[in-house]
Design a protein around this ligand. Structure first.
Ligand SMILES: *Cc1c(COP(=O)(O)O)cnc(C)c1O
Length: 391
């Protein structure tokens, strides 16, 4: 019934799985027939502490009972406190709140352009380098920033001023930086939608070197890798980087829409009143929820995230059906002999939710998933992989 109404009245932008969820608890979800599923997706890396997390719910409900929204012409406590916490934890200096990953990246892209304008006095250094296989969002500009041809059909003309470097070619960055008037490099440390592909250490070092040599802003898209997902608050910490701009969203709000752009010393004063804004950005309910998430993203949890990531790898290591495992912490890509889409559907039938990214199975479970739930889910995943060779 619901599925028929949805099919009739919702624009067909999603190829939905044939399941309707009604409630959840931690890493478990239940459909309308009370069938239970182990959630290895957390939305898409969104429900950081799982479904209906009590602490988050209390923070959200409490703020909801006081005030659901004011315009950004006024001060409210949750967004100020969240920005302070993000800056204290990262050493970055100021925050802009948006409502999604794409919006956070739009804000970062505008900031890079304005930074260059202020530096050169004109729009001569507008080019932003992004990487092939990247994903930065669905707006016309963030699609332009996305380095995948598949996203560049039928929606042109796109925003100009992006050049794509190949993360498999060490020299590609310098070629682009020396041939164009650039202002920034925007990249993911683990390319999520592109197939859970971690950048290599030498390539990360090269980005750092090129940013220094050409005076480019280092802008890291942590929409998916951030907020504890990869085993540290933000993934860049694991590589000792000092980014000028960090964008994030997905897991930050714990399930409510919230994006953020964190500005470093060089970029913190790029925006002045009127130069950027958002009606809903920094919503007090979303920010109150996010504060309750951030409070609990600590070293003990990060150690658990890393350990559970290793546990998943161990459990998969004896499967002949798995050809490659990539990723960091609880953000994993698994290449399987059986086509990923087929595996995801077979897992769903057996009560396990997995995602795909390109030709891989993608696992981004809630960070609080238990070892038992992981073991059960991976057992079922391996079962569905074996059905391949049985056919
Ligand atoms: C999901 C994602 C985005 C887009 O986020 P939305 O909230 O869907 O706009 C941007 N960048 C990366 C790295 C992402 O994973």
């Amino acid at each position: 019934m619901i599925q028929e109404i949805d099919q009739e009245y919702i624009a067909h932008t999603y190829a939905r799985f044939p399941v309707t969820f009604v409630r959840g608890e931690g890493a478990l979800l239940y459909d309308e027939h009370e069938k239970q599923y182990i959630d290895m997706g957390a939305g898409i890396a969104v429900n950081t502490f799982g479904a209906a997390d009590a602490v988050w719910r209390e923070a959200v409900a409490s703020q909801l009972g006081k005030l659901q929204h004011t315009s950004n012409l006024y001060y409210t406590e949750p967004c100020a406190k969240l920005a302070e916490a993000l800056c204290r934890r990262t050493g970055l200096k100021r925050v802009f709140f948006a409502n999604s990953g794409a919006e956070a990246n739009e804000c970062a892209i505008k900031a890079a352009r304005k930074y260059a304008f202020m530096k050169y006095g004109d729009e001569s250094h507008a080019t932003i380098i992004t990487l092939k296989h990247s994903f930065h969002g669905r707006t016309i500009t963030t699609l332009a920033a996305t380095g995948q041809d598949a996203f560049h059909t039928c929606f042109g003309p796109f925003t100009e001023g992006f050049a794509y470097a190949d993360p498999e070619e060490l020299e590609s960055l310098e070629k682009i930086a020396s041939a164009n008037n650039c202002c920034a490099v925007l990249f993911e440390l683990v390319q999520g939608e592109g197939g859970v592909r971690p950048l290599s250490l030498p390539y990360i070092e090269e980005i750092k070197r090129i940013c220094e040599k050409y005076g480019l802003l280092m802008m890291i898209d942590e929409v998916q890798t951030g907020n504890g997902r990869t085993g540290s608050l933000y993934c860049y910490e694991q590589y000792g980087l000092s980014p000028d701009v960090v964008t994030t969203a997905k897991g930050l709000g714990g399930g409510l829409p919230l994006g953020a752009v964190l500005f470093g010393e060089r970029t913190k004063d790029v925006y002045d009143p009127g130069s950027h804004g958002s009606t809903f950005g920094g919503n007090p309910v979303c920010c109150a929820g996010a504060l309750s998430i951030l409070d609990r993203l600590d070293d003990a949890l990060f150690a658990e995230v890393k350990r559970k990531g290793e546990l998943i790898k161990d459990l998969l290591s004896d499967s002949d059906e798995v050809t490659e495992i990539t990723g960091l912490g609880l953000m994993m890509g698994i290449k399987t002999k059986r086509p990923a889409k087929e595996v995801a559907m077979a897992c769903l039938e057996k009560g396990v939710l997995v995602l795909t990214a390109k030709d891989k199975i993608r696992l981004v479970p809630p960070l609080i998933i238990s070892d038992e739930q992981i073991k059960e889910a991976i057992d079922i995943l391996k079962e569905t992989l074996k059905e391949n060779s049985a056919n």
